[in-house]
Design a protein around this ligand. Structure first.
Ligand SMILES: C[S@@+](CC[C@H](N)C(=O)[O-])C[C@H]1O[C@@H](n2cnc3c(N)ncnc32)[C@H](O)[C@@H]1O
Length: 237
């Protein structure tokens, strides 16, 4: 049974982007990983679902590329607008809407869904949407917390405790395992071609910024990263 009120509570949590963005070195880590994982192609079209402030996908836009940024938070999209270099403004588009109502009018060479799956009550529907958005030879990069991994379960548990203490009333994150994601994507004809893991440390943003940055960079490096519960998986048909 899908609890739609959780969807609304998730959207409210990001209506004011300040809390998510404050000292969030994980955005930099994810942007670095995505950059490494994006296949080298010529001109490409990119869709970023749950784009946040755009810091992950905007740097991927090359001279002839196009980008569509979709997010339910007007505040996030206002920040994303500020991150678009002047030379790109004609090729970067924005759509402020709930992902549940997003209907693609075309397909894209690259579809990003980073940090969104845990915030929707029915991740299966979102994976189905992603599969419809990817062009026949395109690729999707999907990020999620793998609850079958010890550190994934630990960060889910600790994150829930910290949210209850410091932000009571916020939504409950949807839990999933890598097998859930792989089997849903397989149903839509996609297989995982590459993946990257890193360790998520709930509460790390409470440390001084240089310390947070150093700790998060360490959490994303070998040999620690491979034990992490956070996964960015690349999917192709
Ligand atoms: C954890 S942030 C991730 C942002 C960015 N992708 C990143 O990794 O930094 C989740 C984003 O999803 C957006 N979001 C949450 N629920 C949504 C929904 N139902 N429809 C569209 N966007 C949503 C939030 O506004 C927020 O910007």
């Amino acid at each position: 049974m899908v609890d739609e009120s959780e969807r609304e509570r998730a959207k409210s949590a990001f209506a004011d982007p300040t809390q998510y963005l404050r000292n969030n070195s994980y955005i930099t880590l994810r942007a670095q990983a995505v950059r490494r994982m994006v296949p080298a192609t010529s001109a490409k079209s990119i869709l970023d679902l749950g784009c946040g402030d755009g810091r992950i996908s905007i740097p991927l836009v090359g001279d002839a590329d196009e980008l569509l940024l979709v997010d339910a938070s007007k505040g996030m999209l206002e920040l994303a607008v500020q991150h678009v270099p002047a030379a790109m403004v004609d090729r970067v588009h924005f759509e402020c809407r709930d992902i549940a109502t997003f209907e693609p009018t075309r397909q894209f060479d690259l579809v990003l869904c980073i940090g969104l799956l845990a915030h929707v009550p029915n991740p299966g529907s979102l994976l189905e949407l992603i599969s419809r958005c990817v062009a026949p030879t395109g690729c999707a990069l999907v990020q999620f917390t793998d609850n079958s991994c010890l550190l994934g379960r630990a960060s889910n548990w600790l994150g829930a405790v910290l949210r209850r203490l410091f932000h009571p009333g916020t939504h409950t994150l949807t839990r999933m395992t890598i097998d859930d994601v792989l089997s849903d994507m397989a149903k839509h004809g996609f297989r995982m071609t590459r993946s990257y893991r890193y360790v998520f440390l709930p509460g790390v943003q409470r440390l001084p910024p240089p310390v947070t940055h150093a700790v998060v960079q360490l959490a994303g490096r070998k040999p620690i990263a491979k034990y992490g519960g956070e996964v960015i998986a690349a999917f192709s048909r």
